[in-house]
Write a protein that binds this ligand. Structure first.
Ligand SMILES: [Zn+2]
Length: 264
């Protein structure tokens, strides 16, 4: 359990055990009664997430590929300068995954991180990732974290740390508050918005490590690439072996169709 949860008093929101016996668990997405072994989501939502997780996507930018595409990159990525070695995702920002993320961030349902992080772990296993040495959450500016009460990326990274038994450290700092990426008009504006926004303290040594940035959503990749640039901007002897990213969802025009029958 992360120290941050104690610091922000978030554990107080957990339902006491005697009440948990009186109120059986329900699905976070549909409200249906579920078994404790269903881990927060009904079978229908689990199946939808599983279908998203298995769908082919570009390993360099995370965009959705056709159903019969071979693993690899999309047609755009060979011509792009990409700051990450690879990206792993659970799915796209639509359907129940989008609503679950929105609920986690904006309805302060921080406990959803423990429900959703195992799906990120499953995505990493499905992508046959076997080199995970360090998780690094994408930080919020302190003012935004103060208003929200928690950083969802840190909560997800902490859960992944427990699953993979790899350290999770809040290594990056936001030098300045940035405008929410969703408010930016285009990819160029988003790149300009976050360029140079992150800093890595000079004493941090990541030499030879396979580092995984963790965030909830990748919109254009601008935030992840700015964070990766900060991790790479260390002395030559301290550089990580690789810098990759794992996210819950990629905002994607070629979104996978989802069932409209669920609501959150
Ligand atoms: Zn691509």
């Amino acid at each position: 359990m992360s120290d941050a949860r104690f610091k922000f008093g978030l554990l107080k929101r957990r339902r006491p055990q005697p009440l948990a016996a009186l109120f059986p668990p329900t699905c976070w997405a549909t409200g249906q009664s579920i078994a404790p072994s269903d881990k927060g989501l009904c079978r229908e939502i689990q199946e939808q997430l599983r279908q998203q997780l298995l769908w082919p996507y570009c390993q360099r930018c995370g965009s959705t590929l056709g159903p019969f595409a071979a693993r690899g990159s999309c047609q755009n990525c060979p011509h792009r300068k990409i700051g990450l070695d690879r990206i792993v995702r659970v799915g796209t920002l639509n359907g129940p995954l989008s609503r679950l993320i929105h609920s986690m961030k904006f309805a302060r349902h921080w406990a959803l991180a423990a429900i959703l992080a195992p799906w990120m772990a499953e995505a990493l296993r499905h992508a046959q990732v076997d080199a995970v040495d360090q998780f690094v959450p994408v930080p919020l500016h302190w003012s935004r974290q103060w208003r929200r009460g928690f950083n969802q990326a840190f909560e997800l990274a902490s859960e992944l740390s427990g699953i993979f038994e790899a350290p999770c450290d809040d290594l990056l700092r936001r030098k300045r508050a940035t405008i929410a990426q969703t408010a930016m008009q285009n990819a160029t504006a988003r790149l300009d918005n976050v360029r140079g926004a992150f800093i890595l303290p000079s004493h941090v040594d990541l030499s030879g490590l396979n580092v995984w940035l963790v965030d909830d959503v990748c919109t254009t990749g601008a935030t992840l690439h700015a964070a990766a640039a900060a991790l790479r901007n260390v002395s030559a002897t301290n550089r990580p072996a690789s810098i990759s990213a794992v996210v819950l969802a990629v905002a994607d025009a070629a979104a996978i169709p989802d069932s409209p029958n669920t609501s959150l």
